[in-house]
Design a protein around this ligand. Structure first.
Ligand code: TYD
Length: 208
């Protein structure tokens, strides 16, 4: 169930897969087509979300898996209710970096929680809101690591997780895309950014 007359596009993929670049390219193309675009993200796309983001990404030490899943779901509930739904109701295009598929892939990959319960928690949090399109930027975690190492940005808590965890995240994302082919577009994130952007535009154009 989508959340209004607008168009809602989410970007997913591992850390270092190029979501920010693609979000910028898509937003500027849509702007040139005359769309009103809102770019946002999770965690941290709202005022309350900024506080939650600080906890989930920067708290030193462990957060119990269920608490972590609930924090992401709380961020999501407030973000969808106060930012995303209102924009879609105004008929805007929302381009969002990460949504519930991130929770399924990341919190599910911790092995404590299963994919279905994580997804159901997010759907409860957002009253069942699902995007019109989810672009999965699929990248081998070894290549993603190489890209992150090339940046001087300090790693956050999750970026420092083991390689094996990132391989499970990738597999979870691919399984989600396979289960919902109508919602997902999977693009090889090792392609040049301009080529990826072209593929995304081709999928978005008929939705406008
Ligand atoms: P993000 O700000 O997108 O970082 P990056 O630009 O490095 O991809 O996301 C921060 C981290 O939050 C990322 O490692 C994935 C994690 N995350 C979850 O584990 N569950 C979630 O539901 C969301 C939205 C993010």
């Amino acid at each position: 169930m989508t959340a209004g007359p607008g168009l809602w596009i989410t970007l997913e993929g591992g850390d270092g897969s190029g979501k920010t670049t693609q979000s910028e390219l898509l937003a500027s193309w849509l702007g040139a087509q005359g769309s009103t675009v809102l770019r946002t993200r999770e965690p941290g796309g709202s005022d309350v979300g900024t506080l939650i983001r600080d906890i989930v990404l920067h708290h030193r030490g462990d957060i119990a898996p269920r608490a972590e899943a609930l924090l992401y779901a709380a961020d999501r509930a407030h973000h969808v209710a106060t930012v995303v739904r209102p924009a879609l109701e105004r008929g805007e295009v929302v381009i969002q970096d990460r949504y519930l598929d991130s929770s399924v892939a990341y919190q599910g990959a911790g092995r404590v929680l299963d994919a279905t319960e994580v997804r159901d928690l997010s759907l409860w949090a957002t009253e069942g809101a699902l995007p019109n399109l989810t672009v999965l930027l699929d990248l081998d975690p070894v290549e993603a690591r190489r890209r992150l190492d090339a940046d001087d940005k300090p790693f956050d808590r999750l970026e420092a997780e083991r390689e094996e965890f990132h391989a499970r995240v990738r597999a979870a994302y691919l399984a989600l895309a396979e289960a919902e082919p109508d919602r997902f577009l999977v693009v090889d994130a090792a392609l040049p950014a301009s080529e990826i952007a072209e593929r995304v535009r081709a999928r978005v154009a008929p939705l406008l």
